[in-house]
Design a protein around this ligand. Structure first.
Ligand code: ASP
Ligand code: MG
Length: 470
């Protein structure tokens, strides 16, 4: 096989997979072992805990704390240096240590700036919070070279072009595709493995942006799509996507295959394996995404893509948000339901709050939706502001909160057009004496959501899991 015949696979490694010198070494070995059959591009996260540490330091510095970030500086230097000491050949060490030191200095300059001006702008935060990715990519590339594989660290600012929404930027795909292809084809011709920083990108003007927390998954599929890779592999610390949260259901199991749509639903509701936007770039080109476990590489994992087998199954997985609240808006008089809904959702969208499920009862002008507990306070305040007039005026609108609920979601593409699934699910809940507070199913029929008391969530998820023999 010539070099160019080999399929291209983009492999992304998360923070725990590169969390210490041994883990990083192991990742390099995994890459090397696959580099025999495939051409590989690597996307790497910051070492576990580093991003949190960077963000904390920036906040402390901008709050005027002159010393807090100095401890972080040391920790940052120490952790990366330890990897270099333990994994690199002397000549690689000599090359990489000064480059790591540059990043630490960059960190220091930024933090001392924040502490002087007592402010950190979203734009400066993006540069700082993604320094961990720069450091881990430098190290991983050097480890690969130490093991005899040509590899080069690549800063994704040179590949991924985004809008200017600092902290949660969206890629501009056309420009990204051109840039990423150009830049990486040079490496590919040399037969070198690119080790690309996850999480970050840059605006058209070259200003650093980030793709949102956990965004390295997204980086991987953006690159996978740009290069028209055969597959994208997300290496993480679990065996794959599970039928339910194993903390709620002891007999939850790994799902071998799920569709893109199912994966999107699952990640939206908080199954932590994937950043919610990850799937979007690869669906059009139909590039499969695998979830694999670096701690258990022999396990095949979960394949996300067009479904090949397993067509019959209706319910595929259950996910839940255990800490949620239901907000009910009711309108009296001549305020039409559509107006009520329009105003409420416009408000939610400006705050970028996701509603988890929505039900309406238009005859008595009731709109009920679920939000995550952490969003409740801000959503309630927002709605009170938006409906201030209506609430004053003969109380034409009222807002009620039902706290401590859980939203449970049954997901499965093949629930579509299969009669009786909802009936089975709800009677399984009824048999266990679990009360349903609200129910919603979209017309895509890919998910059915319902709200129960938070204390019932474990029983509810187990009941559905048992009923459908997941
Ligand atoms: N390091 C970034 C974060 O912790 C991105 C990632 O790991 O996906 O959010
Ligand atoms: Mg992650």
């Amino acid at each position: 096989m010539t070099k160019t015949d080999r399929p291209l696979i983009v492999m992304k490694f998360g923070g725990t997979s590169v969390g210490n010198p041994e883990r990083m070494q192991h990742v390099a070995e995994l890459v090397a072992s696959h580099a025999k059959e495939a051409e590989i591009a690597v996307v790497v996260s910051a070492m576990a805990g580093v991003t949190d540490m960077l963000i904390r330091a920036a906040k402390e510095a901008s709050a005027g704390d002159r010393d807090g970030w100095k401890g972080v500086r040391q920790e940052l230097a120490r952790r990366h240096r330890e990897v270099a000491d333990r994994t690199l050949s002397p000549s690689e060490q000599a090359g990489v240590l000064p480059r790591l030191a540059e990043q630490v200095e960059h960190f220091e300059n930024l933090c001392s700036g924040f502490s002087l001006v007592r402010e950190v702008t979203p734009r400066a935060m993006d540069t700082l919070s993604s320094l961990g990715e720069v450091m881990s990519s430098l190290l991983l590339a050097a480890i690969l070279r130490s093991q005899g594989y040509p590899a080069e660290a690549v800063d994704a600012r040179d590949l991924i072009v985004t809008d200017e929404k600092f902290g949660n930027a969206t890629p501009l795909f056309k420009e990204t595709n051109v840039k990423a292809r150009q830049h990486l084809s040079r490496l590919r011709r040399k037969g070198a493995i690119g080790v690309i920083t996850g999480f970050r990108g840059a605006t058209r003007d070259g200003v650093c942006t980030t793709l949102g927390r956990g965004g390295s998954d997204y980086s991987a599929t953006i690159i996978g799509s740009a290069l028209d890779a055969r597959e994208t592999w997300i290496w993480t610390d679990v065996d794959g996507v599970m039928t339910a949260d194993p903390r709620l259901v002891a007999n939850a199991r790994i799902i071998p295959e799920i569709s893109y749509q199912e994966a999107i639903e699952l990640s939206f509701f908080g199954a932590k394996v994937l950043h919610p936007k990850t799937i979007q770039p690869v669906t059009e080109r139909n590039i499969p995404v695998w979830i694999k476990n670096t701690f258990n590489p022999a396990c095949p994992g979960t394949r996300i893509g067009s479904i090949r087998g397993d067509r019959a199954r209706g319910v595929k997985a259950i996910t839940s948000v255990s800490k949620a609240d239901l907000l009910t808006l009711s309108a009296k008089g001549n305020l039409a339901f559509a107006q009520l809904a329009a105003k409420a959702f416009t408000a939610l969208s400006t705050e970028e709050v996701d509603s988890l499920m929505v039900t309406q009862s238009s005859a008595d002008n009731l709109l009920c939706f679920g939000v995550r507990d952490r969003d409740l306070k801000s959503v309630k305040a927002l709605l009170e502001k938006v409906f201030e007039l209506e609430m004053l005026h003969d109380q034409r609108v009222s807002i009620e909160v039902m706290p401590q609920v859980a939203i449970v979601v049954m997901i499965g593409e093949n629930m579509k057009g299969t009669p009786g699934l909802a009936g089975r699910a709800f009677s399984a809940l009824g048999k266990r004496g679990i009360n349903l507070i609200a129910i919603a199913q979209g017309s895509s029929e890919i998910s059915i959501s319902f709200a129960v008391k938070a204390t019932d969530v474990k029983d509810a998820v187990q009941a559905i899991h048992d009923e459908f023999e997941l």
